[in-house]
Design a protein around this ligand. Structure first.
Ligand code: HEC
Length: 206
């Protein structure tokens, strides 16, 4: 029995260290996510699209939209979960950041399927008025952000940190349309249930 006990303990230890390993992997993923996000904001001129499209990502979680979600938990994730930071970029009823669209009425406007797609594949549909642009200036700076103004004299971009950049047109060497300013790998930090809870929360916004 003592041996079985020891073996049991060993198994338990193995399970715990596997869990610990998994948690670490998640941390590494989070770190990679932010590194990728940084590259996204200041990529080499030719490397951006290729890198984004060829990066190996695990297949998206399968989310059952027919099962009821927990809207209160979704709200907590939206405002408090540091690894996804929805509220850093989105306002809901006056709370949150201005990088992405105001989501205060998103539940009245969009279906669950659309919301799920917005989370899993932000690049498939870009919300109207939130196109992004990658600008290279003559002094070598690369600036990526959502377009707030695209005028004959200047361009105004708001980057993922919510910082506004005003770039005189004369300073611009090259420009090209970017992907969604909403990170494509956000949902890697969430379980399928958490994604469903977030969607449940978003559908309550009317
Ligand atoms: C770094 C900024 C950023 C973060 C973080 C972010 N978003 Fe976004 N989001 C955007 C931008 C910019 C758009 C508009 C471009 C697009 O449609 O992809 C957008 C679009 C959306 C849309 C579609 C809105 C519409 O009207 O079509 C939804 C829904 C959404 N985000 C939800 C979320 C949720 C939920 C989270 C957290 C899990 C989140 N976003 C995190 C920037 C962000």
């Amino acid at each position: 029995m003592a041996i079985a006990g020891t073996a049991g303990l060993l198994v338990l230890t193995a399970v715990l260290s596997a869990r610990d390993g998994l948690r670490r992997m998640n941390e590494v993923e989070t770190w990679r996510g932010s590194e990728a996000a940084q590259r996204f904001q200041s990529p080499g001129p030719e490397s951006l699209p290729e890198e984004i499209f060829t990066t190996q990502r695990p297949s998206p979680p399968v989310v059952d939209l027919n099962a009821p979600g927990d809207a209160a938990n979704g709200e907590r994730i939206f405002f408090e979960r540091a690894s996804v930071m929805c509220s850093k970029c989105h306002v809901v009823h006056g709370r949150g950041g201005q990088v992405g669209p105001d989501l205060s009425r998103i539940g009245a406007e969009k279906s669950r399927a659309y919301l799920l797609e917005s989370l899993l594949e932000p690049n498939r549909v870009i919300a109207e008025g939130y196109a992004s642009l990658l600008v290279q200036t003559w002094d070598g700076a690369l600036i990526f952000g959502v377009v707030r103004e695209d005028g004959p004299q200047q361009i105004r971009l708001i980057d993922a940190e919510g910082v506004e950049h005003v770039i005189p047109v004369d300073d611009i060497e090259a420009r090209r349309p970017g992907l969604s300013a909403m990170p494509a790998d956000l949902t890697q930090n969430l379980t399928a249930d958490e994604i469903r809870d977030l969607i449940e929360y978003l559908t309550t916004l009317r």
